[in-house]
Design a protein around this ligand. Structure first.
Ligand code: KG4
Ligand code: ZN
Length: 347
């Protein structure tokens, strides 16, 4: 039987990146275009939801055009539309979901809704170029920090999650405390490169706990106290220099120690030898190195996407191919759902 390639167009507008991608049903990525809004939000020190939604509205169609052009595919060759419809900022999601529906209606092709958090793990499958399931999946992003048991590409049983801040959120807040600006993750990583990770003893929540949950707010507060004193009496900007680098390095090491240990425990608990990691914080070199070392020692395989597929993008919506194979199409009343909800695996 002759196989005709189906081309997918995917859209991502859940937070502050406007992105579109074209991929085939293999799945193979033909193009991935990302317009970051960092410049628009930097002066506010964080993502402003309404600014994000308006920027998506302005940028989305030109980004879709660019993705099609880069892929060498015309709109009438698109056989399926995929969109991240949950979780995220509702106004931002609505822009992508509305555009995706209109494209699906106009082209008369199926629409597929993709969960953005789960797609972060699928990015590891995409980068591997082959099936990686069953595996333990870990998402470390700005909005989420969670461990999953993933029996297949479409099954995500929650093993544990953060009880307060997400790992990326902690990076962003600590960057702000240290006066390193927005977005915080890459800035803290650069600052930490010149610091001593043992200079400050910061807390590592739940490290020896059997739960696979996380908590980063105590760590953030510990950094705040180390900088400004217990009563915040020394509330002045922390100056560049060895002390700031040591604070960044010690904070980063505390986050990494917990993430790596919980991932190790999850592999053990599930009796699995494959770990797939995704989300913006997975772009952190020190975390990648620590995960490589841990998985090597555990005799496990590590699947982690290249940096551009760790942070937000539309290519990871290639998870839609898995749904498409099963005929799991979304109705045209597909909703934008801001909160992430999932089933916790009974322990
Ligand atoms: O996955 P992502 O792009 O967006 C969400 O879905 O949240 O993740 C963004 C988060 C931000 O908090 C950012 O500071 C963090 O990922 N991040 C990093 C690095 N690059 C991005 N954190 C640590 N080190 C990095 N190199
Ligand atoms: Zn994300």
């Amino acid at each position: 039987m002759i196989h005709t390639t189906v081309h997918f167009l995917a859209i991502e507008t859940s937070c502050d990146e406007t992105a579109a991608a074209v991929f085939t049903d293999e799945p193979a990525i033909l193009s991935s275009v990302i317009a970051s809004q960092t410049d628009l939000h930097a002066r506010f020190g964080g993502v402003v939801p309404e600014v994000a939604a308006r920027a998506h509205l302005q940028r989305l169609l030109p980004i879709v055009d660019e993705a099609l052009r880069n892929a060498g595919v015309t709109l009438d060759q698109i056989g399926c539309i995929a969109v991240h419809h949950t979780p995220g900022l509702v106004g931002a999601l609505l822009v992508g979901v509305s555009a995706a529906k209109m494209l699906a209606i106009t082209l008369d092709v199926p629409l597929i809704g993709v969960n953005h958090v789960e797609a972060h793990i699928y990015a590891a499958r995409l980068a591997a170029g082959r099936d990686i399931f069953p595996c333990v999946g870990m998402v470390v992003s700005g909005g989420h920090t969670a461990l999953f048991h993933c029996p297949s590409a479409l099954e995500f049983e929650l093993l544990g999650a953060t009880l307060d801040d997400a790992a990326g959120e902690a990076f962003d807040k600590v960057a702000s405390i240290l006066g390193l600006g927005f977005p915080g993750g890459p800035a803290v990583e650069r600052e930490a490169a010149g610091g001593n990770a043992r200079a400050f003893k910061f807390p590592r929540s739940f490290l020896r706990d059997s739960r696979l949950d996380f908590s980063f707010s105590g760590l953030k507060t510990a950094v705040l106290y180390a900088v400004h004193g217990q009563n915040l009496t020394e509330a002045k900007p922390v100056e560049a220099g060895p002390r700031r680098a040591d604070l960044a390095a010690s904070f980063q090491k505390a986050v990494i120690d917990v993430l790596v240990e919980k991932a190790r425990q999850a592999l053990l608990r599930m009796g699995l030898k494959r770990l797939a990691v995704g989300g913006g914080v997975a772009a952190n070199r020190a975390l990648r190195d620590a995960l490589e070392q841990m998985t090597a020692e555990a005799g496990a395989e590590l699947y982690i996407p290249p940096l551009t597929y760790c942070t937000d993008n539309a290519a990871m919506a290639a998870m839609a191919v898995e749904r498409w194979r099963l005929g799991e199409f979304a109705p045209l009343d597909l909703d934008a759902i801001p909160a992430y909800s999932t089933k916790r695996r009974p322990s």
